[in-house]
Write a protein that binds this ligand. Sequence first.
Ligand code: BES
Ligand code: ZN
Ligand code: ZN
Length: 471
Amino acid sequence: MNIKLSKKSISDIKADITVEFLTSDKLSDHTETKILNQAGFKAEQDSICFLHERGILACGIDKKNNDNIRSAAASAIKALKSSNYKSVKLDVISNSSLAGLIEGIVLGGYEFNDYKSKPEEITLKNISLCINTLDFKKVQNTFNEALIVANATCFARDIVNTAPQEMHPQSMVYLAQLLAADNSLECEILQEKDLEKEKMGAMLAVGRASIHGSALIHLSYKPANPKKIISLVGKGLTYDSGGLSLKQPASMVTMKMDKAGACAVLGMIKAASELKLDVEIHGFIGAVENMVGGDAYKPDDVLVSRSGTTIEVRNTDAEGRLVLADVLSYAQDKVNADYIFDFATLTGACMVALGQYTTGIMGHSSKLKDSLCKASSKSGELTGSLPFNRHLKKLLKSEIADISNVSSKPYGGAITAGLFLDKFIKEENKEKWLHFDIAGSAYTETPWDCNVYGGTGAGVRLISNFLKNID
Ligand code: BES
Ligand code: ZN
Ligand code: ZN
């Protein structure tokens, strides 16, 4: 599908159909009010109505803002993709809703068809977005940037959606190397022998029963005069069976998504490098597969992590925090960053706390949390802050090691997981660090907003927005 921005007036563009976004208060002013009425169209948000003979697709919208345009555009593109129209045109309402429009079209129209032997053919080829403005350059810039971020989100989605037999830790390594070559990034890979030298006893234990070697991927984007340095750390569990604390069959399905944190980091660094942002970015990914086998790590094992902190394993399904403990420790020693953010499908409890659409943000700096919440509302991603407290921290106490990998109580699981990670954040970095639990937001089996079945690419739009506005 080809999306074009045009400064021509919409009436000067040839296309098979025109998309019109309509609010209910403007319905009575429309030239086709009567037909729309007869069709029962009330302009409710995300509703659509084809007026085939008039060459119009009417799309309902509550108020004309970026969020509503995004989800209405997603509904429109889905309908158009299952029609036989070849070309479509629409008026861009304003520069401020252009990003939402692009995201709706690209992300709402996304499909992952790698495993379909006969994917449905899409007739729709051309989409023309018309805008009448004196400052076309500025609009074109918004357009280009929004396309970069939306495509990077799709890139992250593709990796999440790839089946686990194909996307294992070593294929993540290959993919990172390809991205590095395409986008002129530096790329360093630590294979298992290197992880042993680094004494990453926690990360290595998680991957021990897998036939695929675990790997730590370090990608860096280094512009000439960076305003800030940021480390982005991603949980890359290419499959989470739960290990010996095996998951129930129903909960195991979809666990290919446990690499979504890593995929988000790849998407973020891809977007930032293509946007040519003045921020130095280091992506650290722990690529590991959590399996069962004679060599598997066990509940009751005591692991010595890279930082020296000993960890009592009480549940092998709480593996993400073990991998992140070592990767966070490595990241802090390698790069003296201004910000350290980690992304992980870490806990089912985060979904219980916030619902499945919202990313949980945890950390010590209220200021930093606030600025990420602001970036999130601009980006269209949903976030909510989950507060640490010292009482929950005590629940990670172990009788035999420095810390237990699970809490002794069943409540507040997203926060206790965050507090486990906190144990591996150095004192001088406490205020620089944030943890993003994307367990709910990274994957969906029912479409919502501009998300379709599968990986959502959660984190990419949010962090691209944050990085664009850094000073
Ligand atoms: N990868 C899961 C968390 C998860 C669950 C992500 C559902 C997405 C959807 C994680 O490794 C896990 O299994 N966590 C356990 C922790 C528990 C054993 C303390 C969980 O959430 O049940
Ligand atoms: Zn797990
Ligand atoms: Zn996991």
